[in-house]
Design a protein around this ligand. Structure first.
Ligand code: ADP
Ligand code: GLC
Length: 467
């Protein structure tokens, strides 16, 4: 069976978050299930440079105002189709924003073109099914529906907060039938909703954890789309993400000062020392809390800054909302040697945080799945998380009852509350001082099956049902 996956970012070529990790790792896991995945992604400069050419597979003489080609290429075990459309993607900056951090004004056209090219490839290259990800690929099943033939689509939502919502005035430029701008179609709140279109037109829907699948069908978690999602509940499923356990392996990670595994936890001390040095933290008998992620309201960074226990240290890596960046810097300035902040995106440094911190904080207000806590579990840093979406699905709260049964892999608290987060961090800090109990907790997390094997079986069954 041949599946066309369509994602706007794919690790290791281009990544701003967990979507890239998923799109980069799922193909190899699906190959083990007998499914051959080809992944379509935009030809951003970094992608074109890494691939250095590629064989032209399909020419599209006019794709939304310029010539485009689909290039076939292979990279890091991935079978790729790259949308080479210089008028849309050959520009500096990130996948969605310019160097100034502002979203490209023509994003609606860039990702309509991406979806339209995906639909072309799906039909012309006779794929058996399509796996489209997030709003950037949301119009794809609409283009297939407009064509009236072609494979069926599984549409996976990684985050309902990013909806690709644009003014209705744009609609005529998209080349979709006028009748599609309707409640029973791509129309959403008087505009065009790319995510909405995917949720409406795709044959099957999924999201990235069972908990989030349940949350998004409620008014509290549905971000306005819960009614539609309740109506389609019969074709919606939640499949928790796995982790590429070869890519994320503390025993083989050459970017770490010291490699380790569950039997050699003592070696983590060298990573912690390097982490302290990198974040200008003092040597101290204090639990070192790590944070890696987008600095956004979703991630609850403000709660962490407010709740940091006085006897703990913090190493924070991330970038995002200016107000949160300033708040993090201010806390570091007020607590030299105790709070360290690095603003930016740094793959190697993220690994040092996972491998060197004692506790990993991820107090998200909502979290579709989360990969940070999976990386932390794998790297021996018990996570402190909120009971939300995929965090609640992947971390077992080490309360007294769980510990008595030698269960528990981290610490959980209700989302959205700094006092409750503070209590969870103090509870974790107390257990950290009990070295044997702590090592047992670390080993349980490291021993969990976090791989893609199980989720890939679920995706394979769903994709097979489409063909
Ligand atoms: P989201 O996709 O919502 O941002 P996830 O937890 O699913 O959150 O995935 C985030 C991924 O991006 C993880 O692999 C994490 O290690 C990585 N990441 C996030 N912020 C940074 C950063 N500042 N530097 C390096 N890696 C980061
Ligand atoms: C999104 C979500 C995150 C999830 C990731 C990959 O970015 O915010 O929770 O882990 O997608 O599915």
């Amino acid at each position: 069976m041949r599946v066309l996956a369509v994602a706007s970012e794919v690790f290791p070529l281009v990544k701003t978050g967990g979507l890239a990790d998923v799109a980069g790792a799922l193909p190899a896991a699906l190959a083990r299930e007998g499914i051959a995945v080809t992944t379509l992604l935009p030809g951003y400069p970094a992608v074109m440079a890494a691939l250095a050419g590629g064989e032209a597979a399909l020419a599209i003489p006019d794709l939304f105002g310029g010539p485009a080609r689909l290039l076939r290429a292979a990279h890091a075990g991935l079978d790729l189709l790259v949308l080479d459309a210089p008028h849309l993607f050959a520009r500096p900056g990130g996948p969605y924003a310019g160097p100034d951090g502002r979203d490209w004004g023509d994003n609606p056209l860039r990702f309509a073109a991406f979806a339209a090219a995906g639909a072309r490839a799906a039909r012309d290259m006779a794929f058996d099914a399509v796996h489209a990800h997030d709003w950037q690929a949301g119009l794809l099943p609409a283009y297939l529906a407009a064509a009236g033939s072609g494979p069926r689509t599984l549409f996976t939502v990684h985050n309902l907060a990013f909806q690709g919502q644009f003014p209705a005035a744009l609609f005529p430029a998209l080349g979709l039938p006028p009748a599609f701008l309707a409640t029973e179609g791509a129309e959403y709140h008087g505009g065009v909703g790319y995510l909405k279109a995917g949720l409406w037109f795709a044959a099957r829907l999924s999201t990235v954890s069972p908990g989030y699948a349940a949350e998004i069908t409620t008014p509290e978690g549905g971000m306005g789309l819960d009614g539609l999602l309740r109506g389609r509940a019969a074709v919606l499923e939640g499949i928790a993400n796995g982790l590429d356990t070869a890519e994320w392996d503390p025993a083989a990670d050459h970017r770490l000062p010291a490699r380790f595994d569950a039997r050699r936890l003592g070696r983590r001390a060298a990573n912690r020392a390097a982490l302290r040095a990198r974040f200008a933290l003092a040597e101290a008998e204090a639990p070192l809390i790590g944070f890696v992620g987008r600095l956004s309201w979703q991630k609850g960074v403000d709660l962490l800054l407010a709740a940091l226990p006085v006897d703990a240290q913090l190493a924070l890596l991330g970038s995002g909302e200016p107000g949160l960046e300033q708040a993090a810097n201010a806390l570091a300035a007020a607590n030299p040697g105790r709070v360290g902040v690095v603003l930016g995106y740094d793959e190697a440094l993220a690994r040092l945080v996972y491998a060197g911190c004692d506790l990993f904080a991820m107090p998200s207000r909502f979290e579709p799945c989360g990969l940070g806590q999976l990386c932390a579990l794998r790297y021996g840093a018990p996570p402190v998380v909120s009971f939300a979406g995929g965090l609640a699905d992947t971390v077992v709260n080490a309360n007294d009852a769980a510990l008595a049964m030698e269960a528990g892999t981290g610490f959980c608290c209700a989302p959205g509350s700094a006092p409750l987060l503070g209590a969870a961090l103090r509870r974790a800090g107390a257990l950290w001082r009990d070295a044997p109990a702590w090592a047992a907790l670390q080993r349980r997390g490291m021993g969990q099956d976090l791989s893609w094997a199980r989720p890939a079986r679920r995706y394979a069954a769903t994709l097979r049902a489409l063909a």
